[in-house]
Write a protein that binds this ligand. Structure first.
Ligand SMILES: Cc1cc2nc3c(=O)[nH]c(=O)nc-3n(C[C@H](O)[C@H](O)[C@H](O)COP(=O)(O)O)c2cc1C
Length: 173
């Protein structure tokens, strides 16, 4: 499978990034072709809601999204990874999701599977809102939801104990 891991944490030393790197390693060790993309490092503009994609089936913003979405379309599976921010996904992830509007409105190539990795700093993070957004993104892409890895208490315990291997086994099968 071709797997694209979309990391929506601006902190490359943080748990979200570390889990994404771990997931890529798990993919590679199983013979899959995996790439980690730091969404925050890309030039991706906010959706303006101009509505052109409704008529033309594509976005007219000229930023880094063309290259990004070409990779998404070429993937068998995408992984959407986000830290919990104020009980929701990061703004980096939300910007990505909003830019999926053309996929909602027309038939395009798309990954067949999607899954999520979510990190919350508190002992009992509210994952449900962010998870709902990620699953909504998967529906928009017409990708089946393969599962999610929810890691809590990262601010105190880090993410060293996360079962990335078990998660990879589940979603890559
Ligand atoms: C602005 C901000 C808001 C946050 N809001 C929450 C929250 O609502 N719930 C929670 O459990 N953790 C919250 N956190 C903690 C992060 O989820 C946690 O530190 C996470 O590990 C950050 O991801 P990273 O390790 O990839 O940097 C917040 C952190 C920041 C900076």
């Amino acid at each position: 499978m071709k797997v694209t891991v979309l990391c929506a944490s601006g902190n490359t030393d943080g748990c979200t990034h570390a889990l994404c790197e771990g997931f890529v390693r798990e993919c590679t060790s199983r013979g899959h072709d995996a790439e980690l993309i730091d969404l925050g490092a890309l030039d991706i503009e906010d959706c303006t809601g101009c509505g052109v994609c409704r008529k033309k089936g594509r976005c007219i913003l000229s930023d880094g999204s063309g290259e990004l979405f070409a990779k998404v379309e070429d993937s068998d599976m995408i992984v959407m990874a986000t830290p919990i921010r104020f009980n929701g996904p990061s703004s980096i992830m939300k910007r990505f999701i909003d830019r999926l509007n053309p996929y909602w409105l027309s038939d395009k190539p798309h990954p067949s599977k999607a899954c999520g990795i979510l990190c919350g700093g508190s002992p009992e993070p509210v994952f449900s809102h962010a998870l709902s957004e990620l699953r909504s993104a998967a529906v928009t892409l017409k990708a089946d939801w393969a599962g999610e890895l929810l890691i809590a208490d990262t601010d105190s315990r880090g993410c060293g104990g996360a079962d990335v291997k078990g998660f990879a086994e589940k979603v890559l099968s």
